[in-house]
Design a protein. Structure first.
Length: 107
C-alpha cells in the first residue's frame, strides 16, 4: 500500500507541492547533464565504429584490386609475353643469343 502512495504522489504532483524535489534540483540537473553527455559519447563511438567498418571494407577492396593488377603486370612482363607484343607491333628486335656478361673496370 505504501508503494502505491509513493507512486501516486509522484504521478499526482503532490511531491512537487511538498518541496522535496526543489531541494534536490541541482542534483537532478547534474544527472540530466550526465545522461546527455552519455548519449553524446555513445553516438560518437557508433559514428567512429561505422567509419572504421567502412574504411576496412574499402581497404579490403583496394588490396584485392592491387593484387589483381600486380598479377596482370607480372604476367605481362614475362619474356614470352613481351616477345609476343613486340611481334604484334612489328618490331625487328630479337632475343639475345648469348647470356649476359659482367663488365668490370679496373682503376
Amino acid at each position: 500500500m505504501a508503494k502505491k502512495n509513493w507512486i501516486s504522489e509522484i504521478l499526482g504532483g503532490r511531491i512537487l507541492l511538498r518541496g522535496e524535489v526543489s531541494n534536490n534540483l541541482g542534483f537532478f540537473a547534474f544527472l540530466f547533464v550526465l545522461a546527455i553527455f552519455y548519449i553524446y559519447i555513445n553516438f560518437g563511438i557508433e559514428r567512429s565504429l561505422l567509419t572504421e567498418r567502412r574504411n576496412q571494407r574499402e581497404l579490403k577492396h583496394l588490396k584485392s584490386d592491387y593484387i589483381s593488377k600486380l598479377a596482370k603486370l607480372q604476367y605481362s612482363s614475362k619474356r614470352t609475353e613481351i616477345e609476343k607484343k613486340l611481334k604484334k607491333l612489328g618490331s625487328t628486335l630479337k632475343p639475345p643469343v648469348d647470356p649476359p656478361t659482367r663488365v668490370t673496370i679496373d682503376n
